[in-house]
Ligand binder design. Sequence first.
Ligand code: SF4
Ligand code: SF4
Length: 473
Amino acid sequence: MYNVKSMDSNEFIDDGEVLSSIAEAKKLAQQKTEIDRILAKARECKGLSHREVAVLLEIDDDETLNMMYKIAREIKEKIYGKRIVLFAPLYLSNYCVNNCQYCGYKCANKIGRHKLTQQELREEVRALEAMGHKRLLLEAGEDDEKCPIEYILECIQTIYNEQFQNGAIRRVNVDIAATTVENYRKLKDAKIGTYILFQETYHKSTYLALHSGPKRNYEWHTEAMDRAMHGGIDDVGIGSLYGLYDYHYETVALMMHSEHLEAVYGVGPHTISFPRLLPAEGIDYDSFPLVKDRDFKKVVATIRLAVPYTGMIVSTREGIDFRKELLEIGISQMSAGSCVGVGGYAERKTVDETGVEEKPQFYLADHRKPVDVIKWLVRDGYVPSYCTACYRQGRTGDRFMPLARSGQIGNFCLPNALLTFEEYLKDYADDELKDLGKELIECEIQNVPDEKRRAMAVDYLNRIRSGERDLRF
Ligand code: SF4
Ligand code: SF4
């Protein structure tokens, strides 16, 4: 029985409610007045319910799709402006006791396995800092013996402590297996930013068929964000892995998950990620119900309409041109220069102790270095941002959302993006990017809405040019 406030995942993501939303949507999507009503509501940044999302997912004509994309772009620019937040994933360990059918790290794969030593981790962090990164997403396979929570906590400390030249990692987000309230509390105390966990698939029987090992416990996995909230982590990130099951089902259920968090804790997910299944070692890729570009783009735009204030993330799983299309219709964060192997940034020799070659978790589509991604963004009029200010200023959870809803966040995001971009130009850019960047900052600083804030930002920019770092709003 559907109950948005239930603490049982079978009730807050009730299978019957998902199916009935999709069935009803097929009929409602025939009515132009209903589509117009939903789009008008979205345009006012009022958000959409999972039932309304189901209706938009039924749209298949180019004219209405283009209208959706136009509204998604308007919403994104209104709330986030032109800034795109950049981050990099950092893989700590590829030991895993699970056998997820879609993952190159599954335990049945006879690949080399490795866990970074603290010294290797420091080398990774230095390599990432030398690229200009300030925000990381830690990743590790699930293995309580080889990769316990104490190891993760030690790694977080090592990362925050490792400062190299002007480099510093200022925000560590964490994507590790579902765990206990006590462990979430430890992660909170270690000063993580967002806790991210992909649901993979919300369709329970598919979930059970694709998993073996501890992760096969659907309820434990799906209720992880509730435990994270009880552990004090109020910025959580959700997402499903598109390509495991029907995208209508996944998207409606994803929205129900978001509504559950909002109903129970007063704050929805801080971010939603959009991973799409990729080929990987030992994976029968073509046997999965892969999501086509056209449908995936519709999913991204629909979610931008549904949760206007939520950060939306796309990774280097997507190719260059398609990432550009997704940026236009709602994505606000993306990874750049990613390696999805253990020790990949410092170019660690990827042969394990027994001589077996290590393999990445999956094969990426976009291999550009951050500097090339940044040039590409700037040429398209975006402002690359390494901002990590909100959580360091205590603007998390229910302290963040009112700022976003009132449109005030623009007075933080844009100046912070420009300050971190100026740092990047000083510390890491080549001459070509310095020229491009100078022009962009001069133009964009005029767009900071509040006059006093604008004047302060100009002062901060000058101080950064004189050598100060980490100035922020
Ligand atoms: Fe392990 Fe995660 Fe891969 Fe599953 S998806 S095999 S839990 S690393
Ligand atoms: Fe994110 Fe806050 Fe920085 Fe905006 S100001 S980019 S919301 S951390």
